[in-house]
Design a protein around this ligand. Sequence first.
Ligand SMILES: [Zn+2]
Length: 303
Amino acid sequence: MIIDAHCHIWERDLMKGDLADFIDSVIKELEVKDKEKLYDGGIERLIKDMDEGGIDKTVILPIDFEFLYTGGGFTFQAYNDLAGEYFKRFPNRIIPFAGIDPRRGAAAVGELKRCVEEMGFSGLKLWTVTGFVPDEEAYYPLYEEAARLGITILVHTGMGPGNTYLKSCRPVFVDKMAVDFREINFIMAHVGTPWVEEALAVSLKNPNVYVDISAWQGPYARFPMGFSQVLAQAKLMHGGVHKVLFGSDWPLFSEIYSQKEWVEAIKTMTFPAPLQLMGLPEITAEDKEMILGNNAVTLFQIQ
Ligand SMILES: [Zn+2]
């Protein structure tokens, strides 16, 4: 089974106000040839791209953008509803997470309950680039609710787009949460790039912390050695790749690698010779299967 643990959704007609400008600026930052194509982050294209790539299930992550941007009438709840609607249409293909900013206090807890109990969501996405440090105890009621509901928390760690904050995105902020909420599984997005070692350390130390490899398509295409080293280091440090999840950040990097090409890139990758000379382990067929889906099957308890 192949599972993409990190994707986004948007529809151009729904995105309004600053949110539309933000998505616009991210697309411009990427310097892609076909900008129009990236504005299509809707379910039809997603399912088509999944089918092409042989991807069985995809985690979709609406974002709570409202502490940084206005939505011109489109709210964070409406964003969660959009994910709920996609899930309703494709219940076997989609794993929806709720985008909720913990600074909302009791309203955050209420929205999480609504998304999980009424719409069947599997997780919570914390979009730390809007400037909150996720391990503050003021936010613990939200995490207590997540624990009660038995869901996963995906935390953005590492680099974000230009017009967002980096300071709140250190992987180390996941450490305290993971210790205080052992019953919750956490995913650190993007292996915390550029703080890869910090992310791998947090994941090594805490049995309930995973990393996803989304947004590594560009670095891998330009410099395969760097990304290979991340996986080799994870394997060496953790004694295996059981904490590493496949992810794409679709639709953002689909021009660098389509979903099919990104899956193929992982399936066919071998570590460059210098890494082996340095004593780092080789990636095996079994490792690739674990990264592409088996680890996520265990994490999400897919039957
Ligand atoms: Zn993302």
